[in-house]
Design a binder for this molecule. Structure first.
Ligand SMILES: [Mn+2]
Length: 334
């Protein structure tokens, strides 16, 4: 059979020197973006609580670009060659239009300006009709990315998947760390229902605040006891628009030694994948981020896990039988 790898943009045996996410065509003019998924790297360390936590998540986008899943590089027409799944004996995502929109140029020493740039990039990708797929970076980026997506879609429900709630009003006096971004998202008038899943390392005051402010939440134990599908069905309400924020540290610390703050006792890859598949059935996915893949330990295993998770989530979004995103996009295309 034909080798899916052979049909690269430069022919059979060479590839562009600069790697992009999944070999997607690079886009440097967002106003000309024409894709179903727009990847954007957000190489931020600015939200990390230093010196208590080791930084390095700014290297996440580079590490994820360097990995290689079974999702093959672009065909000569620029669309994805897709990936083969032996478990279902099907080929997924062939012909999907992916684009690598590059990295947000963060403003050195100016957090507010950096946040504005992240929001602007996300808004412009969403305006072009692409799902915003942001790769962090530390978790503080979810607030500006989610804000940019909500600028385009209006009401957006948020699902936060993380070992930690990141729901502190302030941490050491700052409102924009990687421990506060869910709280900032909750304050946006565009944010609807908010759900946090996979929690196991939680300060009591954040637990009390989530209860007081109506955030739906589930501990890691609840995911294990109920199972991912039943838990999502109980906790995540059907939504018109959904933004999903995935901290890779929701996985057991042994599985992701290259994340910023690995926590023991987490869920495994299959359980996280099942959570995302169940969430993809709850509403149109208008954007997601995947964060805290860190270069501090130069761990390509964690980056590979991150990349595979994106492939599996995109497959659920674009191929899943009960995916509202798929129905909406097919309706728009016909
Ligand atoms: Mn987090």
């Amino acid at each position: 059979m034909a080798d899916a790898d052979a049909d690269g943009p430069l022919g059979t045996f060479i590839r562009p020197a600069t790697r992009t996410f999944f070999g997607a065509p690079p886009v440097d003019d967002l106003s000309a973006l024409s894709a179903q998924v727009g990847f954007i790297g957000v190489p931020s360390d600015q939200g990390v609580i230093i010196p208590f936590i080791r930084s390095g998540a700014s290297g996440g986008p580079r590490l994820v670009r360097e990995t290689r899943t079974r999702l093959r590089e672009s065909r000569s027409d620029g669309t994805s060659a897709g990936w083969f799944d032996i478990e279902t004996e099907r080929h997924y995502l062939e012909g999907l239009r992916l684009a690598d929109c590059g990295d947000v140029l963060l403003a050195p020493g100016d957090v507010q300006l950096s946040l504005e740039r992240i929001t602007e990039a996300s808004r412009r990708i969403a305006e072009r009709g692409a799902i915003v797929a942001a790769v962090g970076g530390d978790h503080s980026i979810s607030f500006p990315v989610g804000r940019g997506v909500a600028d385009v879609f209006g009401k957006v429900d948020v699902v936060h998947i993380d070992a930690h709630p990141d729901f502190a009003d302030t941490i050491y006096g700052s409102k924009f760390s990687h421990g506060s971004q869910l709280r900032r998202l909750s304050e946006l008038p565009t944010t609807g229902n908010l759900t946090a899943i996979g929690l196991r390392a939680v300060d009591r005051d954040q637990y009390e605040d989530m209860k007081r402010l109506g955030v739906g939440f589930a501990s890691t134990r609840a995911v294990l006891d109920e199972g991912p599908e039943a838990l999502v069905d109980r906790l995540v309400r059907p939504a018109e628009n959904l933004y999903v924020s995935i901290d890779i540290d929701v996985l057991d610390g042994a599985l992701v030694p290259g994340t910023t703050l690995p926590e023991p006792g987490g869920i495994d890859y299959r359980q996280l994948r099942a959570l995302l598949e169940a969430i993809s059935r709850k509403g149109r996915i208008v954007g997601f981020d995947i964060v805290e893949t860190s270069a501090a330990q130069a761990d390509l295993h964690t980056a590979m896990t991150t990349a595979w998770l994106m492939v599996h989530f995109l497959t659920a979004i674009f191929v899943g039988e009960a995916s509202p995103t798929r129905r909406i996009l097919e309706g728009a295309a016909s």
